[in-house]
Design a protein around this ligand. Structure first.
Ligand code: SAM
Length: 172
């Protein structure tokens, strides 16, 4: 019995250290987009036949929801091996067509995508904005959960009943 306790405590310790290390590295905590929020975004966005990328896809929560709208291509870019493998695992069991890449999204070109989604923090958002202004194609829709971009004017902002804001930007 005591062995189970040691295994459990060891795993808990591992997860805690891993999450602190990852947060320190990315400046972004892990939190999936809640279903309620995904549903609201999807109600306001037409993804049919579009190419969509999630920058920092976590365990794929947003992309698996978005898949219901039948986009042409869905790509999740995630830095953490743990979340990447878990996303792949979910993908297999859901028989999903989402493609997950284990990569730093700052090293991934977004120029081919019609819709760029992210749920990040203000600590990285100015660098993400720079990337968007440099790479996103004309007509691309940028959707940011909770982080406002300062150099692009939002074409729509939705407030949720749990205090989140969803910002929509159109690249012109
Ligand atoms: C708040 S979570 C959002 C997860 C997912 N987008 C969703 O909405 O369900 C942010 C994720 O971004 C990842 N991340 C942060 N910086 C990254 C980077 N530079 N490259 C790739 N992934 C990154 C983190 O590991 C984390 O899983």
């Amino acid at each position: 019995m005591i062995y189970f306790f040691y295994i459990f405590a060891g795993l808990l310790m591992f997860y805690l250290i891993y999450f602190v290390w990852l947060f320190n590295k990315t400046k972004v905590p892990f939190m999936g987009t809640r279903k309620k929020i995904s549903d609201l975004i999807l109600k306001n966005t037409d993804l049919k036949n579009k190419k969509i990328v999630d920058l920092g896809s976590g365990i794929g929560d947003f992309l698996f929801s978005a898949e219901k709208q039948n986009p042409k291509r869905l790509v999740g870019v995630e830095l953490s091996y743990l979340f990447y493998f878990f996303s792949k695992f979910r993908c297999y069991f859901k028989k999903s067509k989402v493609v997950f890449l284990k990569k730093n999204f700052f090293e991934f070109d977004i120029g081919d995508f019609d819709v760029v989604y992210f749920f990040l923090t203000n600590r990285v958002i100015s660098k993400v904005q720079e990337k968007i202004l440099k790479e996103a194609k004309k007509g691309a829709l940028i959707i940011s959960l909770d982080c406002e971009l300062t150099d692009i004017k939002a074409c729509k902002v939705l407030k949720t009943d749990i205090g989140s804001r969803i910002y929509f930007y159109l690249i012109i």
